[in-house]
Design a protein around this ligand. Structure first.
Ligand SMILES: [Zn+2]
Ligand SMILES: [Zn+2]
Length: 280
């Protein structure tokens, strides 16, 4: 006898899928609209690939992201089913462990996922695995926010596999997991944004859009998700990465100054105007 009905598991699957897809569409859509549509000319200086070799394919990216989100939802519904069997450390009342643990657990999930991702990503770059699985994500040389979850189905399963063993041993509240997923989506969307938005100092320790964009264009190195630690330790960080972020920030600064010059009349211009009025 199962500890849940067929209707319950279908409802859980439907709710998880709707929430996952809904928040992804809102976040990726907002960044795409803000940068790729509204900012196409206004933020052109912040564009990482100034002369992209390939065109962006947001609709194809979106189709694969929806497929991956379907698979993530199946795995999360599976986690719910395991919990019904009493096999997980998942808890449902925040008061059981308190708010400090609730917040701390989100940070721990980020750290565990970050390290897991580095090694899983390196595994996916093994020539045999790459050809069959990871090549699909790398087909998007000029990624947009919709590429954030655009994976081969096998890769989608590998991407979220870390949560299952963790949830067996670490108390995780479903609300904390939901917060973590939103955090993951925002940072993943920024990684696939195609525009650099961070100040240069961030590049030293954290993954920026430039960091992951270089991974898509060059197809080697830069395997991390949030922190630029394993890439540094393992020698997989490109030597010109920080300089590239600085170059984009300088380009944006020059563009801003040039724009400000056009908007504000220079002192010489004002004096010439005053002189012209006097002569009349
Ligand atoms: Zn890769
Ligand atoms: Zn990517």
């Amino acid at each position: 006898m199962l500890p849940f009905t067929g209707w319950e598991i279908v409802t859980v699957l439907g709710v998880v899928f709707a929430l996952f897809l809904g928040h992804f569409l809102v976040i990726a859509g907002a960044f795409y609209g803000g940068f790729w549509i509204w900012g196409r000319k206004r933020l052109a200086a912040r564009r990482i690939q100034q002369q992209p070799l390939r065109v962006a394919r947001p609709l194809r990216e979106l189709a694969f992201s929806v497929l991956s989100i379907g698979l993530f939802s199946v795995m999360l519904a599976g986690l719910w089913a395991l919990d019904r069997f009493g096999l997980t450390a998942v808890y449902w009342q925040v008061s059981e462990f308190g708010w400090i643990w609730f917040l701390l657990s989100i940070g721990i999930m980020a750290l565990v996922h970050d390290s897991y991702y580095y090694w899983a990503h390196r595994f996916m770059h093994h020539p045999r695995v790459f050809r069959r699985v990871h090549k699909l994500h790398h087909g998007f040389h000029n990624p947009t926010p919709f590429a954030s979850y655009a994976f081969h189905p096998l890769e989608a399963v590998i991407e979220v596999a870390w949560i299952l063993p963790l949830a067996l041993v670490m108390p995780i509240h479903p609300g904390a997991l939901a917060c973590y997923v939103v955090f993951l989506t925002v940072l993943n969307v920024i990684s696939h944004l195609g525009y650099e938005t961070y100040p240069s100092w961030v590049a030293r320790w954290f993954i920026t859009s430039t960091h992951h964009n270089l991974h898509h264009t060059r197809g080697r190195g830069h395997f991390m998700l949030y922190f630029n630690i394993w890439d540094r330790l393992m020698g997989t960080n490109a030597h010109d990465y920080e300089a590239m972020v600085e170059e984009i920030n300088q380009r944006a600064r020059k563009e801003r100054l040039a724009h400000a010059d056009l908007q504000t009349p220079s002192t010489a211009g004002v004096l010439q105007g005053v002189a012209a009025v006097r002569l009349q």
